[in-house]
Design a protein around this ligand. Structure first.
Ligand code: UT7
Length: 331
């Protein structure tokens, strides 16, 4: 019997309608379009404005898009994972709510949090359930409503982040498609450099913390940047070497969209042509857990069965890694 691998068999996505452009940001903080474009590659990002709607709204819409595109019966889904750094609420599972919203009545569900690596790590978890033979349909959703944790008076963060969601379905494959190898890492030293300090269990929210904006995301951009460039490039090289792949074997680099300069540095390190680098940061900014599925959704029609994809991500924690996956279908 041939070995069961875990393949992505469908993709869906959703971004909110409201577009926050660099020009609008110029009216909010001391910044300008030229600085943002040259330093990050971002032109605009989407923001979920409607009151009372959280990450589950983005996750549900993305999953529903996948269901509508494929005709998947939600009752056949075994497991729903919502990768997110911005759950709807403390204590209540965002995935449980999302699964119910899409009618995945026979599924169990849970959230997975690893900052900007949440979706990448989710790929590993979803694949393991499929490879073990335990489940047949695992829906992995990456969604974040970053705008709920951003201080729109802090130009170091508000120019980068946006809201969005993306979903993929993992199913068993007997042709050797899907996830081939992974190299995943974390280092807790990073939490000083990218975090929202108040509002968690170490520092429950206080009146003073709220007044000082210490519940918002803080980032030491330079330190995060340096670590992201080094580590994302490093893991991409490792995964290529380990699988005897040359740059000519690689069809696409699917890299977390945090800063175009970080993505370019990773591509340069593996000597990959710009045409093989998926990029949509200019439209959406950094959507944390949603960047990778949003890329897959944008490039889905260009992907061919057997294409070798190298995923890479880096995020808070620190967390980072790379995955080598063979694309399983022509759309
Ligand atoms: O997804 C999770 C991981 N996150 C990341 O990967 C983000 C990593 N970091 C970055 O992408 C970059 O560090 C930033 C985009 C956040 C900042 O870019 P940078 O090139 O590292 O800028 P910087 O912080 O070193 O600042 C350079 C200059 C400073 O001015 P001086 O001191 O040189 O006069 C800043 O005050 O640019 C100034 N500056 C700005 N100017 C206009 C900082 N932010 C802005 C701004 N608009 N928004």
């Amino acid at each position: 019997m041939s070995k069961i691998t875990a393949a992505i068999t469908a993709v869906g996505a959703y971004v909110p309608e409201y577009v926050l452009t660099n020009q609008i940001l110029e009216t909010m903080v001391d910044t300008n379009d030229e600085w943002i474009t040259t330093r990050t590659g971002i032109k605009e990002r989407r923001i979920l404005k409607e009151e009372g709607k959280g990450t589950s709204f983005l996750a549900t819409k993305a999953a529903q898009n996948l269901i509508d595109k494929t005709g998947l019966n939600p009752e056949e889904i075994d497991l729903v994972i919502v990768s997110t750094a911005t759950p709807d609420m403390k204590a209540a599972s965002t995935a449980a709510y999302t699964a119910s919203q899409i009618g995945a009545k026979n599924a169990f569900s849970f959230d997975l949090e690893a900052a900007c690596s949440s979706f990448l790590f989710g790929m590993s978890v979803a694949s393991s359930y499929i490879e073990s033979g335990r489940y047949k349909k695992v829906l992995l959703i990456g969604a974040d409503k970053n705008s709920s944790f951003i201080n729109y008076e802090d130009r170091a963060t508000c120019i980068i982040f946006g809201d969005g969601g993306g979903a993929v379905l993992f199913e068993p494959n007997e042709e050797g498609m899907g996830l081939q190898d992974e190299y995943l890492r974390s280092d807790g030293i990073g939490r000083e450099f990218l975090r929202a300090k108040y509002g968690g269990s170490s520092y429950p929210i206080t009146k003073e913390a709220l007044e000082n904006g210490e519940h918002y995301v803080f980032q030491d951009g330079k330190t995060v940047f340096k670590n992201a460039v080094f580590n994302m490039a490093d893991v991409a090289v490792k995964i290529l070497e380990r699988n005897n792949l040359t740059k000519d074997d690689v069809a696409w680099l699917v890299a977390h969209q945090a800063n175009k300069r970080i993505i370019d540095a990773t591509a340069n390190r593996i000597d990959l042509e710009a045409e093989k680098v998926m990029m949509n940061i200019e439209k959406f900014g950094n959507t944390t857990s949603a960047t990778l599925p949003l890329l897959l959704n944008d490039y889905e029609t260009q992907l061919k069965k057997g294409d070798k994809l190298i995923f890479a991500a880096f995020g808070g924690g620190f967390t980072w890694g790379s995955i080598y996956l063979k694309w399983a279908y022509n759309s």
